[in-house]
Design a protein around this ligand. Sequence first.
Ligand SMILES: NC(=O)c1ccc[n+]([C@@H]2O[C@H](COP(=O)([O-])OP(=O)(O)OC[C@H]3O[C@@H](n4cnc5c(N)ncnc54)[C@H](O)[C@@H]3O)[C@@H](O)[C@H]2O)c1
Length: 438
Amino acid sequence: MRVAMIGTGYVGLVSGACFADFGHHVTCVDKDADKIAALRKGKLPIFEPNLDRLVADNMSGGRLDFATDLKGPVREAEAVFIAVGTPSRRGDGHADLTFVYAAAREIAMAIDGFTVVVTKSTVPVGTGDEVERIFRETRPEADVAVVSNPEFLREGAAIQDFKHPDRIVVGLTDDRATKVMAEIYRPLYLNQAPIIYTGRRTAELIKYAANAFLATKITFINEVADLCERVGADVQEVARGIGLDNRIGAKFLHAGPGFGGSCFPKDTLALIKTGQDYAAPLRIVETVAAVNDTRKRAMARKVSAALGGQLRGKTIAVLGLTFKPNTDDLREAPSIPLITALQDMGAKVRAYDPIGMPAAHAEFPNVKFADGPYACAEGADALVIVTEWEQFRALDLDRVKQVMKQPVLIDLRNVYRPAEMAQYGFVYDSVGRGKPPE
Ligand SMILES: NC(=O)c1ccc[n+]([C@@H]2O[C@H](COP(=O)([O-])OP(=O)(O)OC[C@H]3O[C@@H](n4cnc5c(N)ncnc54)[C@H](O)[C@@H]3O)[C@@H](O)[C@H]2O)c1
């Protein structure tokens, strides 16, 4: 099967490389000429574990190539995937569909023969209808089926997620498109991945409902964590105690500094807007977004409290900048509002991230960067763990204490145990682990 993947970002590159690995011939297209030039030389524009090898293997196997112009690849393709960005629209939080519609117009001009056009980008309900309308308007004679196939991969575990998905969702009505989609995903349902064929609008909504639900779970446990701190309970044990109930499930019950990343913040906002537009407001999701928004700056107050309420002139060392480990993605990372708030309170910030440093230089012009966790901690008044990279889980705590000005550690990911930190002589605070009354 010949596939064209339009948009070669976190989703397009991973999906394209995995489809090629299944044996399809895939051309990944991107407008960003630098990205494509780098990829052709074997240089990846993003960090994703094991993706470099997957791309290299499939390039050398002749199944994966790259292009800046979609005409040739689209003309030859039986299936064209749209995997361009759908960021929040400035001002109102709706999903900005400019890139999707622009890609649809270009694809319409290039297709030749029956073609399945698949939206993999996360798009609001009804976007598939509009894409179809664009095709009818631009190329009335084109034989095309527009399909929704939202993507559920997680950055940092993207290849595993793509190759072993919990489910594949396909929204369509055209029988010919069903055959094409079945052929594309055949290697996965040989592995018994559940595939849900449904209506296009339903498929579009499944993606948003999934992300909103997960964001709700995180926000729920974050609020329970705040309560734990007040009443002297331990949120990790509460999470375990409820998570072992199969109806609840243990995942996404880790209290922390609030959700961020390239999807949850924008997708919750977009779903809220859809609900409002259709006079079916999603009040729970509205509350989730509002609670999460205030939480990130509240984390800065936690740091300030650990230092007696005064940050002016203090040096704060921040470990971890990306929105989660194993990615270089800084989009909507909790580190961004946290660092801004620390600086607003008069602190100097020094930071270190194992992979996110190149992007961080542009994101944080007023932050000094260190080349390792100990250099970052050197002379600092407090150390804050913001992203739970593996290498921060086993720091040499004696060494950390020795290099710091004072041993104050704020652990926003609950990586360490309070009792252990007390033994090392740290002033230690974490999330949702209240002290029982004496
Ligand atoms: N990142 C994730 O973890 C994730 C997971 C599931 C779903 N999604 C969804 O997938 C979509 C893509 O997300 P992403 O993180 O890969 O975005 P991204 O910003 O990393 O990549 C998008 C790419 O599309 C390219 N592009 C834009 N318009 C183009 C055009 N007309 N022709 C060719 N290329 C074009 C851009 O240059 C960019 O490289 C979004 O809708 C997102 O919500 C993302």
